[in-house]
Design a protein around this ligand. Structure first.
Ligand code: GLN
Length: 247
């Protein structure tokens, strides 16, 4: 199902993050190589990025990324040090419109989910009262519940990875699912891995967490490391911390 990435590092353009790499998120929208569920990611896309203010900018569309000429013209002109981007393969029974495409956002936070809740209606009934009550929590997609659960923790002071881990535990206790999530607050990026793999690239210029290495097939692709299932990872100015969900 969906492919996504989070980036923190030196300034680079959205074009260089999302479109230019040999096996970019752009290419992964029609030719993912490691996707276990679904075959293409054409049910929308989104990019959120940070500029000189606390709240990120978010651009989403309900169409395949390669059909959006406006995104193609904007992407080379926008630079950022931190971003979250996703291409979507919609889960059956969820909304097809742009409001259901990641990244979800409120305040300083960006959020993306790859997977599906095994029993979204039941989980929603049980857990909605714990979720932050913001517009993106109400989107017609299972991911929105996870976002609301994580956001409630972030607003209460939890760090990025802790908020994601708490959201995952909530849903694991109410039907479970494939719950791999990425998030950012503009200063850090974080991931929780449940049932859908992500890969980590650290280099002199930054940190990337992505469903698929963006240079898959090239010799340099060996620099990426797949995170363990259950990993809870946060990367920021203090470096990288990695724990396990149930630890
Ligand atoms: N369930 C989410 C959605 O419908 C994520 C789907 C996915 O990972 N493909 O958008």
């Amino acid at each position: 199902m969906c492919r996504h990435l989070a980036y923190l590092g030196a300034q680079r353009t959205l074009q260089s993050l999302v479109v230019d790499p040999t096996h970019s998120l752009y290419e992964q929208s029609w030719a993912p190589r490691r996707q276990r569920h679904g075959t293409v990611n054409v049910d929308g896309f989104g990019v959120g990025w940070y500029v000189e203010r606390v709240e990120p900018v978010r651009y989403r569309r309900a169409q395949p990324i390669w059909t959006d000429a406006s995104f193609a013209s904007l992407a080379p002109t926008i630079s950022t040090t931190c971003a979250v981007a996703a291409v979507r393969s919609a889960t059956t029974g969820t909304s097809p419109d742009e409001s259901a495409a990641a990244p979800f956002t409120h305040g300083r936070w960006l959020f993306s989910h790859n997977g599906r809740l095994h029993d979204w209606p039941t989980a929603r009934r049980a857990l909605l009262a714990r979720a932050a009550d913001v517009p993106d929590t109400w989107a017609g997609v299972d991911s929105a519940l996870l976002f609301g659960l994580a956001l409630a923790r972030w607003e209460a002071g939890a760090n990025l990875a802790t908020g994601l881990a708490a959201a995952a535990r909530d849903v694991l206790d109410h039907g479970g699912g494939r719950l791999t999530m990425l998030a950012s607050d503009g200063r850090s990026i974080a991931a929780v891995v449940v049932g859908e793999p992500v890969h980590l690239l650290t280099s002199r210029t930054g940190v990337v967490i992505a469903s698929e290495p963006w240079d898959e097939g090239a010799p340099e692709a060996g620099r990426w490391r797949e995170l363990a299932d259950g990993a809870v990872l946060q990367a920021g100015a203090d470096g990288i911390t990695e724990t396990l969900l149930r630890a």
